[in-house]
Write a protein that binds this ligand. Structure first.
Ligand code: AMP
Length: 190
């Protein structure tokens, strides 16, 4: 199973990706996690992307494509993977197509976890109150708004792109986590 998880920031992609990972025995590749690890390690990549990440912008297409390109070559990706937070632009989607074609593998599904903007902002506020010791620097309300705006402008066009390729399906991300999980499994098993 090779799957892309799409959805606005705060839609629960990471949580659902962990469930899917267990269910299908595949790895979760999160460009956000990879970039945060680089920032934490203080590597040159980390230093390069830190500013744009904490401002809620996107790092360059080439940077994330090259991260994914290297990661996908690893042995644990042979049985499949979940791309969580990648691709995020049409350019990244095109580069991913090229990359997968070169490896002679295809995507099985592109799944959107759909959540309305107002609900997202409420969720983030709640998460901040509950978990004040572990706040991401890109987790404040202003930056979140920026990230949602970037999602709408740059990432939402991917929905049409993958619809045209016949890969797209969508679940309502406003339901309870467990309900969302069931909907996703139904969607992935058909
Ligand atoms: P995420 O954890 O997926 O929400 O990503 C956190 C941040 O990392 C984003 O707001 C971007 O700054 C950066 N990032 C993650 N994935 C990508 C991507 N595919 N393209 C560009 N920037 C990304």
């Amino acid at each position: 199973m090779r799957l892309i998880l799409l959805g606005p920031p705060g839609a629960g992609k990471g949580t659902q990706a962990s469930y899917i990972k267990q269910e299908f025995g595949i790895v979760q590749l999160s460009t956000g996690d990879m970039l945060r690890a680089a920032v934490k390690a203080g590597s040159s990549l980390g230093k390069q992307v830190e500013g744009v990440m904490s401002a809620g912008g996107l790092v360059s297409d080439d940077t994330v494509v090259s991260l994914i390109e290297q990661r996908i070559e690893e042995q644990d990706c042979v049985n499949g993977f979940i791309l969580d937070g990648f691709p995020r632009t049409l350019e990244q989607a095109g580069k991913l197509d090229t990359l997968l074609a070169r490896k002679n593998v295809a995507l099985d599904k592109v799944l959107l976890i759909d959540v309305d903007e107002d609900i997202l902002i409420n969720r983030i506020e709640k998460r901040k109150m509950e978990n004040s010791t572990d706040i991401r620097t890109d987790d404040n309300a202003d930056v979140l708004k920026k990230r949602i705006e970037v999602y709408k402008m740059q990432t939402e066009p991917l929905i049409e792109y993958y619809k045209d390729l016949g890969l797209y399906c969508c679940v309502d991300g406003t339901k309870e986590v467990e309900e969302v999980r069931k909907c996703i499994l139904r969607c992935l098993k058909t």
